[in-house]
Design a protein around this ligand. Sequence first.
Ligand SMILES: [Zn+2]
Length: 231
Amino acid sequence: MKKMKKLLLLVLIALSLTAPSTVPIIGSVESVQAAAQISKKNAVLLTGQTMQLKVKDADSKIKWSSSNKTVATVKNNGLVTAKKKGTAVITAETDKTVLQCKVTVQTPRISQSSRTLNKGKTVRLTVSGTNQKITWKTSNSRVATVSASGVVAAKSAGTCKIYATVLGKKFTFTITVKSTQPSVTTVWLSATGSKYHKIPNCGRMNPNKARKVTITYAKQCGYGACSKCFR
Ligand SMILES: [Zn+2]
């Protein structure tokens, strides 16, 4: 008898789904108790995440099952765990009803995990493996900023993190920003003159007579920066 009722209900559901919405639902459905409802019919989860499914107005004890346990499992209290990329249908079965929730498991990846950039440069980050909304955030906007589309701009020397958040899960990119002026430690002195040079052949000296010294030494001796190579 229970099986008959369930079959009848399924037929009625099928009819109501295929019939145009203006057609009134057949009277006998009214006599059935308030139809059980599942808390979600579709869900996207990331690998490792869990979700609690619930059934409202269940007519009997619920039997939970997963169509693909390698993708998502379900405990007998309706707790779903995402295992790996793919889709699985979670079914809640009572004496009279079969309710389902389609679970899509995604495994997003950020395009890069770290990079060193010169001040003023940009890099575009992407997150693949998901169709969900991505929100971008920087841990220090003085060092680097990030746009709503994932374009990172190196602002000033230092290190900071850029976070991409998908369904509550954070993906991290570490950026090191270098000052565009590389620090000069050694310089060249010409045989005559009062300036030190970045290179031994900048045009304002005789390269054959140039000698290499530390910048500290050059400054101590009273030399100044060549206006041509240090502009
Ligand atoms: Zn020079």
